[in-house]
Design a protein around this ligand. Structure first.
Ligand code: GLC
Length: 553
């Protein structure tokens, strides 16, 4: 089955709780999604990825699933979901679901059953182990915070959770668990969904015997499951038994993987995943995780992108993203709130003119920014609270931690979408479940609809250009001026068509000279974030966060 169509998609990610409230309870829902399908289509998006919308106690806002075959009643029901699926398909948009099978919620029926006794058939769906004396079975720490084992008095055993203790890890070595996963996949594919975004999918196989890990302040033991011994085998099994039988695609999230790891999963005829969500390019202003903040380095960003572009070329396919529900807003990180529109447009161009499938996160298309909260109680995310304990142990004051949380927390991406300048940003008629960013009066969809030069309309133009020019989708990639710490320059080539993409990451003026072979006066300036008179010769001086795409034929 030739289902390479995923290469030409533009995916729009919905994190439902903050997207649009359609029933007036302050929580985003599927009624809101239905209302906004035309809007999503108007962007040029051809697919929607739903972050988890299943029943969940929301310990990790849906990434702790209590029932894989239903819809969270806060968001709607299966009937409404089917309607959305149908309406999306009518508009030529695919729909993919988030498949979270590294772990379930501790409120999932399998866990509730398995906890009843050691010989319950569901007991072996999870990693239950005896302690070592008074200690847990090994020294692993959760990737969120604290030990990775939770003690259960009734069973006098511990269960493994590499995320929060409300997210027990599934034992994928149990063939019954793998059958359950396939069953869940078939359930949604039979309904008509077009694929999955697979959550931390490369973590699903744990090393035999669960040996102690190298001691780290957080995530000790990760080397024993970050690419475990059976991960390829299990993913091949899912692919062979289910995915290959449907016209669908899968994109897997893989923290701590580099481009070479990615090839193991995505290259070759028998590839397990169609694309991988890597993290390298999301670490240009931090170390390993957003929480350990560092000054932004353009060189680091370019190196990360170029590694993935070069290494995957002709062998695998990139997933292009700069935002999702797990990272602070990109304008506030790699761009400039002062040069808001310019930098929002530049960042989109820099990313989505590369080779791969664009993924756009709700609100990104209007350049939503980070929020500043006044106290830690206003935050909502388990990770923020876990980090608070961690940083306090290291002696940090409340005020200093608040500063860190404001800069680095995932909540920055989870404020309600700013639809207009009315109360609650037009997100809801009731008080929203989480703070609206006070800048909604300046940054919102309605005002950007009106303005032909808005960030929103730029995204539309960019997507349209991409979708109508094969060179933007399939062209090869070559980076120039690698040593520049201010400009990111690359070209794309396909059958005599060429693109030259120049992006400035500074508010300073920088003299740019085109690489050999490019006469700018012969190129068509197809995208830019400034008004520019025709370019003469081979050089120009950039304005703050300027971006230009020249097209040559
Ligand atoms: C993924 C999700 C993130 C979640 C974690 C645990 O990284 O994107 O939101 O907290 O997995 O499921």
């Amino acid at each position: 089955m030739d289902n390479n169509w995923y290469k030409e998609l533009v995916v729009y990610q919905i994190w439902c709780r903050s997207f649009k409230d359609g029933d007036g309870d302050g929580i985003g829902d599927l009624h809101g999604v239905l209302e906004k399908l035309d809007y999503i289509q108007s962007l040029g998006a051809t697919a929607i990825w739903f972050s988890p919308i299943y029943p969940s106690p929301n310990a990790d806002y849906g990434y702790d699933i209590a029932d894989y075959k239903d819809i969270n009643p806060e968001y709607g029901d299966l009937k409404l979901f089917r309607k959305i699926l149908n309406e999306a398909h009518k508009r030529g948009m695919k729909v993919i679901m988030d498949l979270v099978v590294n772990h379930t919620s501790d409120e999932h029926q399998w866990f509730i059953e398995g906890k009843k006794s050691k010989d319950n058939p569901y007991h072996d769906y999870y990693f239950w182990r005896d302690g070592k004396g008074d200690n847990p079975p090994n020294n692993w720490l959760s990737t969120f915070e604290g030990g990775a084992w939770e003690y259960d008095e009734n069973l006098d055993q511990y269960y493994l959770h590499v995320f929060s203790k409300k997210q027990p890890d599934l034992n994928m070595d149990n063939p019954k668990v793998r059958e359950e996963v396939k069953d869940i996949m078939r359930f949604w594919l039979d309904m008509g969904v077009d694929g999955f975004r697979e959550d931390v999918i490369t973590f699903i196989s744990k090393a035999e015997g669960l040996p102690n890990g190298f001691p780290l302040p957080i995530a000790t033991g990760i080397e024993h499951y970050k690419k475990g011994p059976h991960v390829h085998e299990y993913l091949k099994e899912f692919r062979h038994d289910v995915i290959d039988k449907y016209d669908c695609f899968v994109v897997g999230e893989s923290p701590m993987s580099n481009s070479q790891d990615c090839l193991e999963f995505t290259a070759g005829d028998d590839h397990e995943l169609d694309m991988m969500i890597g993290f390298d390019h999301m670490e240009a202003d931090c170390f390993m995780t957003d929480t350990i903040h560092m000054p932004f380095s353009l060189k680091k960003l370019k190196k990360a992108f170029t590694h993935w572009q070069d290494d995957l070329a002709g062998k695998a396919w990139n997933c292009l993203y700069i935002e999702n529900h797990d990272h602070p807003r990109i304008v506030s990180r790699y761009g400039s709130e002062k040069y808001h529109d310019e930098s929002a447009k530049m960042l989109a161009t820099m990313c989505y003119m590369q080779s791969g499938t664009p993924f756009i996160y709700q609100g990104q298309e209007i350049g939503m920014t980070n929020i500043t909260l006044d106290s830690i109680d206003q935050f909502k995310d388990v990770v923020t609270f876990n980090n608070e304990r961690l940083f306090k142990k290291l002696g940090l004051s409340d005020q200093r931690y608040l500063k860190i949380a404001n800069k680095t927390s995932r909540e920055n991406a989870r404020t309600p979408v700013q639809w207009d300048s009315s109360e609650n940003a037009g997100f809801s008629t009731a008080e929203p479940w989480f703070n609206v960013n006070p800048n909604y009066t300046q940054i919102n969809v309605a005002s950007q609809e009106e303005d032909p030069n808005s960030v929103l309309n730029y995204y539309r133009k960019l997507i349209k250009f991409r979708q109508s020019h094969k060179v933007a989708i399939y062209g090869d990639y070559k980076e120039h001026l690698k040593n520049s710490s201010q400009l990111y320059v690359y070209e794309r080539n396909l059958d005599g068509e060429r693109l030259l993409v120049v992006s400035s990451f500074t508010d300073k003026s920088v003299k740019f000279t085109a690489p050999e072979g490019f006469d700018l006066s012969k190129g068509e300036l197809v995208l830019t974030n400034y008004t520019i008179s025709p370019t003469q010769g081979t050089s120009f001086v950039t304005r703050p966060y300027e971006t230009r795409v020249y097209y040559f034929k």
